[in-house]
Design a protein around this ligand. Structure first.
Ligand SMILES: [Mg+2]
Ligand SMILES: [Zn+2]
Length: 229
């Protein structure tokens, strides 16, 4: 009796966004607002409007910071980021029910890994972007960039490439997220737990989704087998 997630037609697997989903707000936006480097607002506007790729925009925003600000930026995020209620409980639920849990983040390693440290998630279950502080300005690296099959392109950290490792005929694929970095993945999964802009996008595209507030809500719906009429 492996999974009592018996309400699902196939074994579920979860892909969970980090910024604004596991954390209460988007850490990249928070850093930009706080330090306010000239030009960041136009870049965010272009990303949200999808006239600039996430990869291009995020790269440009961090290039606004000299590497000398590494500690200050890191400390600001570690001090101010809050974790959404129910996150440890969701991880415990996944362990208990043998449901694989992956963090699929468009965030950067220097803050994603420290913030997740208390939760004991296997490192190979955390996907995010990298960083290089050897130049004059912060350079973002892209160890999980789009593959040939990504219909979107320019994801930075390509969530669809991670999701496609779990074939749809064998897994019930579930994405949890809130915003623009989740749009491409939302189109190829079986179910979305959505917040904020992602809820609007799911409504617009008619994607199966459940809006949520805390991870306790997510657990409750998982217990019930996802979407019930
Ligand atoms: Mg997000
Ligand atoms: Zn991609």
């Amino acid at each position: 009796m492996s999974h009592s997630a018996a309400g699902f037609s196939r074994p579920p697997v979860l892909f969970c966004d980090f910024d604004g989903t596991i954390t209460l707000s988007d850490n990249i936006v928070a850093v930009m607002k706080h330090f306010n480097p000239p030009g960041w607002e136009a870049i965010v506007g272009d990303i949200v409007a999808e006239t600039k790729t996430v990869k291009q925009g995020v790269g440009e925003m961090f290039a606004l910071f000299p590497v000398s600000m590494r500690e200050e930026v890191t400390q600001y995020i570690l001090t101010n980021a809050g974790i959404r209620d129910g996150f440890p409980e969701l991880l415990a639920w996944c362990r208990q029910h043998d449901v694989p849990f992956y963090v699929t983040s468009g965030g950067i390693d220097f803050f994603v890994y420290p913030l997740l440290k208390p939760f004991d998630i296997a490192p190979d279950h955390i996907y995010c972007n990298g960083s290089d502080f050897t130049g004059d300005t912060i350079r973002i690296t892209w160890p999980h960039a789009c593959d040939d099959e990504c219909a979107h392109g320019g994801c930075g950290m390509c969530k669809t490439a991670v999701i496609r490792k779990f074939p749809q005929d064998r897994y019930f694929r579930i994405l949890i997220g809130d915003s623009v970095t989740d749009f491409p993945g939302a189109k190829i999964v079986d179910l979305v737990f959505s917040r904020s802009h992602l809820t609007d996008k799911c409504v617009e595209l008619g994607l199966p989704h459940i809006p949520f507030g805390t991870f306790h809500d997510v657990i409750q719906h998982l217990e019930q087998g996802g979407l019930r009429p």
